[in-house]
Design a binder for this molecule. Structure first.
Ligand code: FES
Length: 161
């Protein structure tokens, strides 16, 4: 039996964001492109941008720190990951992601306006037997139903300011 490696779809979004920028963009322009798509500039984006733009990682980190408009951590007190891997998607994971988007009023990789929740799709936590699975603030929850998910999201939404 092979173990599936969990894949945060964030990596793919970073590559899409970089591909949408002009090839001749500065490293900071790439960083803004990534933030527009993901809401912040993740650490893994820094190395990817540096590869593409040909600059040093320390230089880019320093530039991001000095740039008021860029964030190196996402907004969102609680992080909700919904598995959209094949097994979970077939067993209701796709519906759970749609439910969260509607209830929270945000797209994937975005945070609610009051900063309580950040929503991200994720491809396979390696716990397919428990599908559909979600992870809320680091806690994996399997056999998720729409009703339970709704209640859990309500708990997090109490922290909306
Ligand atoms: S598809 Fe494997 S945990 Fe969701």
């Amino acid at each position: 039996m092979t173990t599936k490696e969990p894949r945060n779809l964030e990596r793919e979004e970073i590559d899409r964001a970089i591909a949408r920028c002009e090839a001749s963009s500065t490293a900071l322009a790439f960083a803004y492109g990534v933030q527009e798509r993901l809401g912040y500039v993740p650490e893994r984006a820094v190395s990817r941008i540096c590869e593409v733009a040909g600059v040093g990682e320390e230089d880019l980190r320093r530039a991001i720190d000095q740039e008021d408009g860029l964030l190196d951590v996402p907004l969102g007190l609680h992080r909700v990951l919904v598995c959209t891997g094949v097994t979970c998607a077939r067993r209701g994971g796709a519906n759970l992601l749609r439910q969260a988007r509607e209830k929270l009023g945000i797209d994937a990789f975005k945070s609610t306006p009051g900063g309580a929740v950040r929503l991200e799709p994720f491809r396979c936590f390696g716990q397919c037997a428990q599908a559909p699975t979600i992870r809320m603030d680091g806690s994996l929850r399997g056999a998720m139903t729409e009703k339970r998910f709704d209640l859990l999201l309500d708990l997090f939404l109490r922290d909306e300011v």
